[in-house]
Design a protein around this ligand. Structure first.
Ligand code: UD1
Ligand code: MG
Length: 459
């Protein structure tokens, strides 16, 4: 979706500096995740969908992990470091050189901690710039406006934004608040930003002062009302959980709209990148971690936990299945209860229906993996592969000690410990031979009854 008009160039600056101390975490705030994606990742995905001509990200000193996440999501984005945290306007000016150099028609400022922002909201905010407005501010009406900047509007003109700490009692009654996203006309952006001072309670350079500064320069500022979710900022773990709930709601709705059957949508957890084919059924209580794709007609039964897995057409997974990164299930594969699959390809029609671990393995088409089969892939220091040929039959409770190969169509007897390769169509048995002692139990019982009689006679 490209929402930005082709004719005008648009630079987006994402403010992501700050440690997020109220999260009570060693991780920088914007790296916390919602629906399996970092807060910054969500914002950058929205910016990419919106169709920015270029993107700059302002990070704090020493936040290489934030820079790495930005590069991972948007490799072309430029990172700038705000050496000292001296306010939101000061943060924008850390990227001053890119505004001066690229001379964009429009400059959009977005906060890195608003993961629910949608590309439509960015487009909505930017629209007035095409009519000669110098500054557009995202407005919203939160249920509790405490902490937000209040918008002072008269005759439809935005006169000022008053930060909560600096607002009078009357100003604090204003319901319309600053959402944080702002759009500046490129040609006057730097002139406005550089004039902003720090004469407020906190002694910070407030981006919000851009409104009064612009008006002082005889330029127009307007407010554009957007939905609360688009500007919902995350400062605490509670707010993170609330954003997760909204994100899940949106993802479930999108899955339902795309035709996925979610029997109990409120019990299914999705990731921002989960993909579904047609006629997929997801039963209650399933968790989709990052990077899961489910192809047409597959059924995911209850209580399954899936991460980094590709589920082929008409495959059946669970209940109680665990698919870990690198699990690739072909068409019609059955993975049943208490089966764990990791870094393994299971070819079309193969089945592992009960209580197995299949890791670092290849399982050929139509192979049958009996209950309790384990690929012993780890020797304490390195991982090794197990290759199972097509149509092979692995008897229940077998341990396949990797590296090992089981040929096409071969059989492994139940309870075997397989330490050497098995040729195609062979039978391998690796277990103690059964011994049968006729009449043994009768003799035992007879011995016991003699013992009992002797004890009684002593009484
Ligand atoms: C800001 C607005 C407030 C608005 C609210 C909406 C200002 C002065 N106030 O307040 O009007 O209602 O957002 O959520 O802008 N940041 C930096 N460097 C800094 C300071 C902040 O990069 O020196 C970044 C933060 O990481 C964050 C964003 O800017 O992503 C906003 O900063 P924050 O401290 O959360 O501002 P608020 O007090 O929420
Ligand atoms: Mg904030």
């Amino acid at each position: 979706m490209i929402l930005a008009t082709e004719a005008r160039s648009c630079l987006v600056i994402v403010l992501a500096a700050g440690e997020g101390t109220r999260m009570r975490s060693a991780l920088p705030k914007v790296l916390h995740t919602v629906a399996g994606r970092s807060l910054l990742g969500h914002v950058l995905a929205a910016v990419a969908q919106f169709g920015a001509s270029s993107t700059a990200i302002v990070i704090g000193p020493g936040q290489e992990n934030v820079a790495a996440e930005a590069k991972r999501i948007l490799p072309d984005a430029a990172c700038f470091v705000q050496q000292e945290r001296r306010g939101t306007a000061h943060a924008v000016l850390a990227a001053k050189s890119t505004i001066a150099r690229s001379k964009p028609d429009d400059v959009l400022i977005v906060y890195g901690d608003t993961p629910l922002v949608r590309p439509q909201a960015l487009a909505q905010l930017r629209a007035p710039l095409a009519t000669g407005v110098a500054l557009a501010v995202a407005a919203f009406r939160p249920a509790d406006p405490t902490g937000y900047g209040r918008l002072i509007i008269k005759d439809d003109e935005l006169l000022a934004i008053r930060e909560h700490a600096d607002a009078s009692a009357a100003e604090r009654k204003i319901e319309l608040c600053n959402g944080g996203i702002m759009a500046f006309a490129g040609k006057t952006a730097l002139a406005i930003l550089e004039r902003i001072g720090n004469g407020n309670r906190k002694g910070e350079f407030y981006l919000t002062d851009a409104v009064e500064t612009a008006r002082g320069m005889k330029l127009r500022a307007v407010a554009v009302e957007v939905e609360e979710d688009d500007v919902r900022g995350i400062n605490t773990k509670k707010e993170l959980a609330e954003a997760e709930a909204v994100a899940q709601q949106r993802l479930r709705q999108a899955a339902l709209d795309a035709g996925v059957t979610l029997v109990a949508p409120e019990t299914v957890f999705l990731s921002a990148d989960t993909t579904f084919g047609k006629d997929v059924v997801v039963e209650p209580y399933v968790v989709f971690g990052e990077k899961v794709s489910v192809e047409d007609g597959a059924v995911i039964h209850s209580f399954s936990h899936l991460v980094g897995a590709r589920i082929g057409k008409a495959a059946s997974v669970g209940p109680f299945a665990r698919l870990r990164p690198g699990a690739r299930l072909g068409e019609n594969v059955h993975i049943g209860n208490f089966v764990e699959v990791k870094e393994a390809t299971i070819d079309a029609g193969a089945k592992a229906n009960h209580l197995s671990y299949i890791g670092d393995a290849f399982v050929g088409a139509e192979a049958n993996i009996g209950a309790g089969t384990i690929t012993c892939n780890y020797d304490g220091s390195a991982k090794h592969r197990t290759e199972i040929g097509k149509n092979a039959f692995i008897g229940s409770n077998s341990a396949l000690v990797a590296p090992v190969q089981i040929g096409d169509g071969a059989y492994v007897g139940s309870g075997s410990v397989i330490t050497a390769d098995v040729p195609a169509d062979a039978l391998a048995l690796g277990r103690g031979r059964q011994v049968v002692k006729e009449g043994w139990a009768t003799r035992l019982r007879a011995l016991k009854s003699i013992g009992k009689r002797k004890t009684h006679s002593r009484d």
